[in-house]
Design a protein around this ligand. Structure first.
Ligand code: OFO
Length: 175
C-alpha cells in the first residue's frame, strides 16, 4: 500500500522524513518560546514576555506551514510529540542566550534540508524552504540584537532591567 501511494507522489521518502523532523523542530521551538515567555512574565518582564509569546505563535505557524506542505505534496504529515522544554532560567540574559542557540540550530537544520532537497533534485521543496531561509536570517538577527542590548544596558540595576524589558520588546518592530 505504502509503495503504491509513493508512486503517486514525487516526494521522496527521505525528504518526507526530514520535513517531518523539521516540522517537529518548529513545534519544539514554539514550546520553548512559550516556556521562556512564561518565565519572563512570572519574573516581572511583561513586555519582553509579549515579544516571546508572539514568537511562540510564529513558530507554531512555521510548524503548520511545513505540516500542511507535506500533505499537499502527497506525503504523510505526522503529528509530532514535543518533549520537555526548559521551564526555568537563572536570569534574564540566559533566556536570550538559549533563544539564539535555538535559532542557530534551526538555521543549520533548514540549511541541511535545503542541501538534501538539492541533492535529490526536489526543487519544489527547495523553493518552498526558501521562505524559511529568509525567515531564519531575520530570526537570528533579532535574537542577536536581544543579546547586544545586554552590552549596552546594565542588567544589574533595577532601572537597567526595566529599560531592557522595554527595548527587547521593540525587537522585530512590534512596539
Ligand atoms: Fe521557525 O523560525 Fe525560528 O526557529
Amino acid at each position: 500500500m505504502k509503495n503504491l501511494l509513493r508512486d503517486k507522489t514525487s516526494l521522496k521518502e527521505d525528504i518526507e522524513i526530514a520535513l517531518n523532523a523539521q516540522a517537529k523542530m518548529e513545534a519544539e521551538a514554539s514550546s520553548k518560546y512559550l516556556a521562556m515567555a512564561s518565565w519572563l512574565e512570572r519574573n516581572g518582564f511583561e513586555r519582553s514576555a509579549e515579544y516571546l509569546y508572539r514568537q511562540a505563535e510564529e513558530e507554531r505557524e512555521h510548524f503548520l506551514k511545513i505540516f500542511r506542505y507535506i500533505n499537499e505534496v502527497g506525503g504523510n504529515a505526522v503529528t509530532p510529540v514535543v518533549g520537555e522544554v526548559q521551564l526555568e532560567y537563572p536570569d534574564l540574559r540566559s533566556v536570550f542566550e538559549v533563544a539564539l542557540q535555538s535559532e542557530i540550530a534551526v538555521t543549520n537544520s533548514i540549511n541541511r534540508l535545503v542541501g538534501q532537497c538539492r541533492a535529490n533534485h526536489d526543487y519544489a521543496t527547495e523553493d518552498f524552504l526558501m521562505w524559511y531561509v529568509k525567515e531564519q536570517r531575520e530570526e537570528e538577527k533579532n535574537a542577536r540584537r536581544a543579546l547586544e542590548l545586554f552590552e549596552l544596558i546594565d542588567v544589574n540595576s533595577a532601572t537597567g532591567r526595566f529599560v531592557l524589558d522595554k527595548e527587547i520588546a521593540k525587537i522585530g518592530g512590534h512596539e
